[in-house]
Design a protein around this ligand. Structure first.
Ligand code: DAH
Length: 339
């Protein structure tokens, strides 16, 4: 019996020495200490021994069992230590390696210009209004004195969702929505996207941005409009900028004007930037048409108002000297990182 136990111990030690994985260790444990393991079966066979032999053999078996248990425990610890060592060496930081640079993006030039204009008008007491990009024909055209068949619709062809619903062609639609919901005094701007069925070229895009302005109150005059636009022009294009109102026609304003600013590159003498004109067109404006006010439940005998619509892309192109509008929409980082 003694020899048998001795050979079990030897065999166990040999097998233990060859193990380096926890799962193999579990298998070994089962093979010796499990229900059908070597030690267990010896203990079960103890009954066949004579009563004299039993205590001595029992002692030897117990000793062997505790030796096996200790061996297994030590091995478990070794395996754990080795795994930790590998983990730590893998996670070691080489402090001599160059660091990873975090590249931060920047605001898109269209957003920069838009934010700048918003800040300016908020500073003058304007509130920001919002309206849907998918708009009813009524708000985009009808209520702005552009009924079905009106020639102004030709220049603002758009994408129709139904006969009566379309992608808005101008933020002027928000004027109507605001006036329907709020009584004067009204002083709002509405920045947003607009859509037109235009072919893409250097100065056209089927989607672009506008900022609409609307002021309605008692006694609002064209002088107020002009003063406001002067502040706008000086803020956006420099303190020496002059403005020029050219008579124009918009169905929803009367009188209407297009506004040019003196060229900030040549100061009005004429250069490549202004195509030799000395002036650059930046927006449309006018006094809100009495019919538009009336349609929104505002009495034009009591109230008057002015409105303007600024093209954001056009302003950004002018400010940054960008020649091709498409660059704003292509998302090329080499272009965008310049702003
Ligand atoms: N909505 C016009 C356009 O897209 C621009 C415009 C002109 C807006 C005159 C106005 C305005 O508010 O009074 O061409």
């Amino acid at each position: 019996m003694k020899e048998k136990l001795e050979s079990i111990r030897k065999e166990f030690e040999e097998r233990l020495a060859g193990i380096s994985e926890q799962s193999k260790l579990e298998e070994l444990k089962v093979a010796y200490l499990g229900k059908r393991g070597e030690i267990t079966s010896i203990l079960k066979g103890m009954g066949q021994l004579s009563p004299e032999e039993r205590p001595a053999v029992g002692q030897l078996v117990n000793k062997l069992r505790s030796a096996i248990e200790t061996g297994l425990e030590e091995k478990t610890q070794q395996i754990k230590d080795a795994a930790l060592k590998i983990k730590l060496s893998k996670e070691a930081v080489d402090v001599t390696m160059p660091g990873k640079t975090v590249t931060t993006g920047s605001l898109h030039p269209i957003n920069q210009i838009s934010d700048e204009m918003k800040d300016l008008f908020i500073g003058m007491g304007y509130e920001i209004a919002d309206g849907p990009e998918v708009e009813f024909d009524y708000y985009n055209f009808e209520a702005l004195n552009i009924p079905d068949g009106h020639p102004a619709r030709d220049t603002q062809d758009t994408f129709y969702i139904t006969d009566k619903m379309l992608l808005r062609t101008q933020t002027s639609s928000v004027q109507i929505r605001v006036m329907e919901n709020k009584k004067p005094p009204i002083k709002i701007i509405c920045p947003g996207k607009v859509y037109r069925a235009d072919n893409v070229d250097a100065t056209h895009s089927p989607i672009f941005h506008q900022i609409e302005g609307l002021v309605v109150d008692k006694g609002v005059t064209m002088g107020d409009l002009k003063g406001t636009l002067e502040i706008y022009a000086k803020h956006m294009f420099g303190p020496d900028t002059k403005i020029r109102l050219r008579p124009h026609h918009f169905p929803f304003t009367e009188p209407s004007a297009e506004v040019d600013v003196s060229c900030w590159t040549c100061g009005g003498k004429g250069c490549r930037m202004c195509k030799g004109e000395g002036w650059i067109e930046v927006l449309g404006c006018g006094m809100v048409h009495p019919d538009v006010l009336r349609r929104c439940g505002i009495d034009p005998e009591v109230y008057s108002g002015f409105a303007f619509g600024i093209g954001v892309e056009r302003t950004a192109m002018a400010r940054f000297g960008v020649k091709d509008m498409r660059q704003f929409f292509e998302g090329d980082v080499r272009f965008l990182s310049q702003f």
